[in-house]
Design a protein around this ligand. Sequence first.
Ligand SMILES: *Cc1c(COP(=O)(O)O)cnc(C)c1O
Length: 361
Amino acid sequence: MKRVYNFSAGPSMLPEAVLRRAADEMLDYKGCGQSVMEMSHRSGEYEGIICSAENLLREVMEIPCNYKVLFLQGGASSQFAMIPLNLMNKHHKADFVLTGQWATKAWKEAARYGEGNVVASSKDKTFTYIPELDPGTFSKDADYFHICLNNTIYGTVYHELPQTGDVPLVADVSSCILSEPIDVSKFGLLYAGAQKNMGPAGLTVVIVRDDLIGDAMDFTPTMLNYKTHADNGSMFNTPPCYSIYICMLVLDWLKNTVGGLSEMEKINRKKAGLLYDFLDSSRLFRGTVVPKDRSLMNVPFVTGDTALDAKFVSEAAAEGFVNLKGHRTVGGMRASIYNAMPVEGVEKLVAFMKDFERKNA
Ligand SMILES: *Cc1c(COP(=O)(O)O)cnc(C)c1O
């Protein structure tokens, strides 16, 4: 069996230990004679799985008890509508910072339900930085303030959160959740598609403060109302059972093998440091993001020559470093180095890049 180092932005690598355990438990989950894929979501076994997943997430992220954890479907993209439907309920207005495609989509979708006010944007420089924010320019009467904390496509991350006062801060954390500790109490709502750093596609996690639930717009579809899912422990209807199970195994790995989010952060800093240090000293490659706003998770880089970029991507793939092609709107390369990417994968990638540089610079 040959496994590759997969640098995909998502769906992405899962820890090998998790895949092995899932394989072991595939035909017979803990002696119940069936796979998790086959069992009723109302069974005692499944009840145990979804409870463990929630409890592990609460423990690992230190989620305060006045927040609900919801296991939903529809991807992070459905949250672009669910958030305004549920939260834009007082002044029908929200503030947005445009730091890339996902942040822009969240803004455009919300603007269908109320006023979407753009506070700042980094579009002028292809989203290669996080704009400076002046709280004096924020709407005092916004129902929420939306940011995309880690910008998967462009490789930027906020190192400082906007000071929004009493306005709930809402963040898309799809590509940085579980990568380092985060103070949940600073947010009204956090959301993430699971397929970057939590598990397989099909599961979307929403962490929402209790007081923001229960005041959705009248025409909100039942399935898009947070209250529906909060009142039913994410079991109003069939949840994405198997994805939640794998997410539970990932959280168990994070807690018991890695040792929690502080340890995970150290490993992620080491991996990103290896790559950025090389990019900063390279004669051929360079990172595209301003150094102060660099992401730990997504690292875009270029040679400056599109033909050479393509050659790099194809030669890398032949050596088992796959999915290094940059996003179609950015070009060049992007290495997504989520939690499951081992340090060794990044060390070997850097060695390969050095070799490519020697032959091509
Ligand atoms: C991948 C991604 C999305 C889209 O997620 P889906 O689950 O495919 O809807 C949204 N926001 C960010 C930051 C992402 O990385």
